[in-house]
Design a protein around this ligand. Structure first.
Ligand SMILES: Nc1ncnc2c1ncn2[C@@H]1O[C@H](COP(=O)(O)OP(=O)(O)OP(=O)(O)O)[C@@H](O)[C@H]1O
Length: 467
């Protein structure tokens, strides 16, 4: 640059501050510690400060609570345009770092461009619309996280259910950890929601994590959240984990038996210390969370085999509840079937039907490996296939899985050879696998467990049987 050019550049930078300060509704300068060193009279007046000395030397946040000047000083990066709330007002501001000749950040200057964001009407309108949308989405999320269930939604009057509900009510009065054991579809999550809804934490969130449904590599982030900048791309801003979301409420850990030993150690530490570290952060965060864990696995056996940490098991097993399988409480069948039929009809928008005595008897005879979920699926399919006012046994027969084998006389009557043993077994396997997958809503890990085979064996059978 020529010497004349350099002179002009210096002149420009010297006069820029005063020009800008004249144009703006206020100017503030802070030092490298984000303490106020100077503030224009207009800014002081806008903030309602009569004595300038009252602001000088104080941390910027004590003078302007929502200021981000400290962030600018610490990061060395400007914030070109921002809307800053101040009481009932909102200011349009810009913040720039100040560097010495060596490029070191020595402070920052902030300009209040306008003391009324109406000057930015088009931008602000859009911003406010987005903010309103966000507030609405957050409100819906909180409403959704509140449970919709109470103990009355857990249907059952027989002794097994009555005892369970009484124990669950007692559990609701405390903040102790609860472990719910029971087969798939027996209402473990429903019970957990009811406990939350009857507990002193009912106003807080009920946050559920299905450990079997989240890939192992993502679980830590799902639990503890991600610090801003830990990842590139969509997650750059960071994300809150379920522990933080459940702060003041209840965290439901479904399928706890599917958690890896490494994550079990982290979970135990969090439960003991009530502190956790988001992924990519070295700052500890706290959350006040009540944990309810559930599993359909034999946790005690897993502890004995070294697949589940004993210390975590004892920590979770403070109050233990067991949801009985449906086949062990057939006395509840009439009440439960009627309740589910009514619920399904309302959801499907069809007139509420009755259920006949022969249909109830048919339901009582079935083994229900998928428990109440399977019962609900069977009733829903039967209801959708009939128009009559009363659900009969024949309506159920049409949709209930049975492992009936084709009688040899039928094949003979049709001039075919009866199916061989291999085909007969394959047919039975096909039906059983189909029923299990359906009862588990397509969750193959769960279906494999219900069938008593490994997940790998289930995939192999699906391929071999052409399902
Ligand atoms: N006692 C009950 N009364 C009314 N509905 C029930 C009852 N038990 C279960 N259900 C219903 O059955 C379905 C499955 O229940 P839920 O998800 O709570 O079972 P779960 O034991 O947590 O299953 P999984 O182990 O597969 O996660 C839900 O629709 C639930 O509302």
């Amino acid at each position: 640059m020529t010497s004349r050019g350099e002179t002009l550049r210096q002149l420009a930078s010297q006069s820029l501050l005063s020009h800008f300060a004249d144009l703006c509704d206020g100017t503030v300068i802070v030092d490298a510690d984000a303490n106020v060193v100077w503030m224009s009279d207009r800014y002081l007046g806008r903030l309602g400060i009569d004595v300038p000395a009252a602001a000088i030397g104080r941390p910027i946040e004590e003078v302007i609570p929502n200021s981000l000047m400290r962030q600018v000083v610490e990061s060395g990066r400007p914030i070109m345009v921002d809307i800053m709330d101040f009481g009932d007002d909102a200011f349009v501001v810009t913040r720039l770092p100040l560097r010495d000749a060596g490029g070191k950040v020595v402070g920052a200057v902030g300009f209040m461009l306008y003391d009324d964001p109406r000057h930015l009407t088009p931008v602000v309108a859009r911003f406010q619309r987005l903010r309103a949308d966000l507030a609405e989405a957050e409100r819906k999320l909180v409403a959704e996280r509140r449970t919709r269930y109470s103990f009355t939604s857990f249907v059952g009057l027989g002794p097994a259910c009555a005892e369970l509900k009484q124990a669950a009510r007692r559990a609701a009065r405390t903040s102790a950890s609860v472990l719910i054991l029971g087969e798939t579809g027996t209402g473990k999550e429903l019970l957990a929601q009811s406990i939350h809804a009857a507990s002193p934490r009912a106003a807080g969130a009920f946050v559920a994590v299905n450990i079997a449904a989240v890939p192992e590599t993502l679980l830590e982030a799902e639990f503890f959240g991600v610090a801003p900048g830990a990842y590139t791309g969509a997650d750059r801003r960071g994300r809150e984990g379920k522990f933080k979301l459940a702060d003041g409420g209840t965290l439901f850990l479904d399928e706890i038996g599917d958690m890896s030993l490494a994550l079990q150690a982290k979970l135990l530490r969090t439960l003991q210390e009530r502190e956790f570290e988001p992924v990519g952060s070295n700052r500890l965060e706290t959350a006040d969370v009540r944990v309810i864990a559930a599993t359909s696995r034999d946790l005690e056996k897993m502890v004995a085999e070294g697949a589940f940490r004993a210390d975590l098991y004892y920590r979770l097993n403070v109050i233990r509840l067991e949801t009985p399988p449906l086949r062990a409480r057939t006395e509840d069948m009439p009440l439960l079937a009627e309740y589910l039929v009514e619920q399904i009809c309302r959801r499907q928008g069809i007139a509420v039907r009755g259920i006949g005595a022969d249909a109830i008897a048919r339901l009582r005879r079935h083994g229900w490996p998928g428990n109440v979920r399977e019962l609900s699926n069977v009733l829903e399919r039967a209801l959708l296939m009939t128009d009559s006012d009363l659900l009969e046994a024949a309506d159920l027969d049409r949709v209930m899985p049975s492992v009936a084998v084709e009688p040899a006389w039928r094949a003979a009557a049709e001039g075919r050879a009866p199916a061989g043993l291999a085909e007969t077994v394959a047919q039975a396997e096909r039906r059983a696998i189909h029923a299990a997958i359906e009862a588990c809503h397509g969750n193959k890990a769960k279906a494999a467990r219900m069938l008593g085979i490994s997940r790998a064996a289930l995939y192999e059978k699906i391929a071999v049987l052409g399902l």
